[in-house]
Design a protein around this ligand. Structure first.
Ligand code: C5P
Length: 235
């Protein structure tokens, strides 16, 4: 079943706490990303845990293998339930991160959706974004990452291209029908994501900027529940 991760993209700890109180028991997973973690560190993680939530520490680690492995170890000590890495860090880096035991779930970013085809060609001449996404997702799967972070619009493509890999997916860029797109371009609704069997959707502003965040979250959960799973052939 698809689960919702609420992206706590806020700068103030009080705002984080208000959201956690408002979403209590409706949402289990919360994303602590670069902004909140740089501003408040362990305090931001502890707050989620004190409210009974699970933490996705979205730091997108990318460094030499040993450094990333140490950071994954520290993320475990911090109490993170999942941590992200850049799959572009290479097979050795992914494998080193995956070899840490115990460790949080390891979720691998393919190509940032903010990167244009022109950007990608700067460091991979001739590369096409979908091909690169596929290679990175495959590398993540082969070297021990537990899930692929990518656009929801890429999930059906990856399943078609890599039919033998039982890949899990974590996808941002989710917008309920009629919601503001903000800076997201290629979006998918929560219902469509649930029908595709995506494991986790990351939702920020449609919940955190809503006049009533709890109602916005419950509406999203209801929409997901109502959508029936679709077969891979029709996806
Ligand atoms: O507010 P919104 O729902 O757009 O937030 C989505 C979250 O997912 C943000 O924390 C954003 O940084 C993250 N994200 C994204 N697109 C990516 C990777 C991460 O929107 N390709």
């Amino acid at each position: 079943m698809t689960q919702v991760i609420v992206a706590l993209d806020v700068g103030a700890i009080q705002r984080e706490e208000d959201l956690l109180k408002s979403l209590k028991d409706a949402i289990i997973w919360y994303k602590v990303g670069l902004r909140l973690f740089t501003a408040h560190g362990k305090r931001a993680v502890d707050l989620v845990r004190r409210h009974g939530g699970k933490v996705f520490l979205d730091l997108k680690l990318h460094d030499i293998p040993q450094t990333v492995a140490h950071a994954v170890h520290e993320a475990q000590r911090l109490g993170a339930d999942a941590v992200s890495i850049h799959l572009m860090g290479g097979p050795d880096m992914i494998a080193a991160a995956a070899s840490v035991s115990p460790r949080p779930r390891l979720w691998g970013v393919t190509v940032l959706t903010s990167m244009s085809p022109k950007d990608v060609r700067i460091f991979h001449p001739g590369a096409r974004v979908p091909t690169l996404v596929k290679s990175l997702a495959k590398s993540g799967w082969m070297h021990g990452a537990d899930a692929t972070i990518c656009s929801a619009r890429e999930v059906a493509y990856l399943r078609r291209q890599l039919p033998h890999l039982d890949m899990r997916f974590v996808t941002p860029g989710i917008r309920p029908k009629g919601a503001a797109l903000n800076d997201q371009v290629r979006v998918m609704t929560p219902g469509e994501a649930a029908a595709l069997g995506i494991d986790f959707i990351v939702v920020g502003r449609p919940i955190t900027h809503a006049p009533d965040p709890r109602k916005a979250a419950l509406d999203i959960l209801a929409e997901m529940k109502a959508s029936s799973p679709r077969s891979l052939e029709t996806a």
